[in-house]
Design a protein around this ligand. Structure first.
Ligand SMILES: Nc1ncnc2c1ncn2[C@@H]1O[C@H](COP(=O)(O)OP(=O)(O)OP(=O)(O)O)[C@@H](O)[C@H]1O
Length: 292
């Protein structure tokens, strides 16, 4: 029997009866002896590091949102250990990029045994697994964090006003040695393809293709916003001249106007120079991504 460690964030998402659900999931896992460890919200990094060194599991299951996955991954020294995300968060952006929308998808990914070598990014020394962006969406996250209202409805309500408030910001970009000056309402550094809402911001990218994408969106009038909405529906921005994409392994972003930005959904201190690098190490990730 192999050993599986199931790290669970007890407060992530809005799942009622999480303990019962966990029991149900464990019953459906065959061939592994599963032990559970719950995050505490205090010094979890150090505790997880010690736990992983002590137990060295054959399978690492992470039940939480992006924050929990990132916290655990940042403490793994044995990158060979395959990881199974169990989306117990509220948005679960990273799990969705892996084709895992709910815990049943996690079980089906484990059953299929489909594992990819997932890329990881280093952004100003911080691990980034999913998406980082500047401007429009970061402004929304900031409003959301500062506001009283929670949940997706508040997010969409704010997005309408944010659409009209957002001004383009100036950036100087260097992507794999190529330099350009751009104006952009939203600049995205994408490892994954989509946000937790399901909106596919990076339809041409793959999370295991050995490059990341930088996407600049600068819609101007209402017509552009409508075309952009249509682009999200059809998952194709190729006809939109206000959307530009670059692929690379190394980039420098000069954030000339000090646009707000986040890394994997967490707002970061204003910073003028941001370096982005594809890490050499990859993660073994279970997934349900449909082969192209
Ligand atoms: N036992 C705990 N009590 C309180 N907070 C906790 C506990 N365990 C973890 N946390 C906190 O949970 C947060 C991470 O939550 P996570 O991002 O996984 O879920 P989420 O915010 O619901 O989902 P998503 O990122 O998908 O929107 C961290 O801020 C961490 O400190």
């Amino acid at each position: 029997m192999k050993n599986a460690l199931f790290i669970i964030n007890p407060i992530s998402g809005n799942i009622e009866n999480k303990d019962e659900l966990v029991d149900e999931i464990i019953q459906d896992i065959f061939g592994y002896q599963v032990s559970i460890w719950k995050t505490t919200g205090k010094d979890d990094e150090q505790k997880v590091r010690a736990l992983l060194e002590e137990t060295c599991p054959d399978l690492l299951m992470i039940g939480g949102g992006d924050g929990t996955i990132k916290m655990v991954v940042s403490q793994i020294s044995n990158l060979e250990c395959p990881i199974l995300p169990v989306p117990f968060g509220s948005a679960n952006g990273l799990a969705k990029c892996l084709g895992i929308n709910d815990w049943e998808d996690s079980l089906s990914a484990l059953g299929k045994g489909q594992v990819i070598k997932m890329d990881m990014l280093d952004i100003n020394g911080e691990l980034c697994l999913h998406l980082c962006d500047f401007g429009f969406n970061a402004g929304l996250i900031k409003k959301f964090e500062e506001g009283d209202e929670r949940g997706m409805i508040a997010y969409f309500k704010n997005s309408l006003s944010q659409m009209f408030e957002t001004r383009p910001n100036r950036y100087h970009l260097q992507v794999d040695g190529m330099s350009m000056d751009i104006l952009s309402k939203m600049l995205v550094v994408a490892n994954g393809q989509m946000y937790g809402t399901g909106a596919k911001i990076n339809p041409g990218g793959n999370i295991d293709d050995g490059v990341f994408e930088i996407i600049s969106l600068n819609p101007e009038g209402i017509q552009d916003w409508l075309s952009l909405t249509l682009g999200f529906i059809t998952e194709d921005f190729s006809d939109l001249d206000f959307v530009k994409t670059w692929k690379g392994k190394n980039a420098q972003i000069e954030n000339i106007d000090g646009a707000a930005f986040h890394i994997d959904g967490e707002m970061r201190e204003e910073s003028r120079f941001i370096s982005v690098r594809l890490k050499e190490n990859k993660l073994n990730m279970f997934n349900n991504i449909q082969p192209a």
